[in-house]
Design a protein around this ligand. Structure first.
Ligand SMILES: [Zn+2]
Length: 269
């Protein structure tokens, strides 16, 4: 699933590609990708609108449309947004936005859990998300307040978008490794130095992954179809049975629900 670095990478490219463009036509091949309204109404409302800006909040993208309308996009497990100037060959897709200048935005979603919601009001406040970990507002004091008095499993806690926005399985797993914390630890057992290390690890991993254009392991590609590069820098995620890059012991995996948690039994305590 695309997480903060992937969604932000997509946002930055799309800002360059489509902001200022007017939607001329929409083709919807998979109606379930349009949420909370019929494809007919969706098309009627969005055609003729201009993309004024694209924002990101957690793993959501919000397209500000002119005049007054918002398009909320969530890629969920396998959504891809791909841009084409219009001269290239057609790209496989489930939804297509055609702009007045002939350029296109394709949406493809193999698992079909993602999709589009049109909103008359700014949907951001309703998303009920925790702070953005790369924003100046996410200070160490802020982090201490977030974990104060909590007692869940730390891995599960990091995935809770209402506590902190944008982390998913890859970066929660990697941040815990870099902080030397076992994924099964209870939040309340974290020592002050571990709290600090984890705070720094979250920020640093997200920054590095963003700089690398995200992690391409499954479906994630950038809007130009190219892969991110951060998969080369992962220490534990998807490295089951391979030697830990720090201590040489074998990386273990455990299942929690549908997710796999990777960790080094020696480096993470
Ligand atoms: Zn290790």
């Amino acid at each position: 699933m695309p997480e903060l670095p992937e969604v932000e990478t997509i946002r930055r490219q799309l800002v360059k590609d489509i902001v200022g463009k007017r939607i001329q036509a929409v083709k919807i091949l998979v109606p379930k990708l349009i949420k909370e309204t019929s494809p007919v109404l969706f098309r009627r409302k969005i055609i003729g609108k201009e993309i004024a800006n694209i924002r990101r909040r957690g793993k959501y993208l919000i397209f500000d449309l002119k005049p007054h309308l918002y398009l909320q996009v969530h890629l969920k497990l396998s959504g891809q947004l791909l841009y084409s100037s219009g001269s290239e060959p057609k790209i496989d897709h489930h939804v297509l936005f055609l702009f007045q200048d002939g350029s296109r935005l394709y949406y493809h979603d193999l698992r079909r859990f993602g999709g589009f919601t049109l909103c008359r009001e700014d949907p951001e406040p309703l998303l009920n998300l925790g702070p953005e970990p790369l924003s100046p507002a996410f200070t160490f004091e802020c982090w201490k307040q977030i974990i104060l008095g909590k007692n869940g499993r730390i891995k599960t806690f990091l995935l809770d978008q209402q506590r902190i926005a944008g982390l998913g399985n890859i970066y929660a797993t990697e941040a815990l490794f870099r902080a030397g914390i076992h994924p099964d630890r209870r939040v309340s057992t974290l020592q002050p130095d571990e709290t600090k290390k984890l705070y720094q690890a979250i920020k640093s991993i997200l920054k590095k992954a963003l700089k690398a254009g995200g992690t391409s392991i499954q479906d994630y590609v950038k809007p130009d179809g190219r892969h991110g590069n951060f998969q080369k820098s992962l220490f534990v995620y998807r490295r089951k049975g391979q030697p830990c890059l720090c201590c040489g012991n074998l990386i273990k995996v455990q299942k929690d629900g549908s997710r796999s948690t990777y960790f080094c039994p020696v480096c993470q305590r």
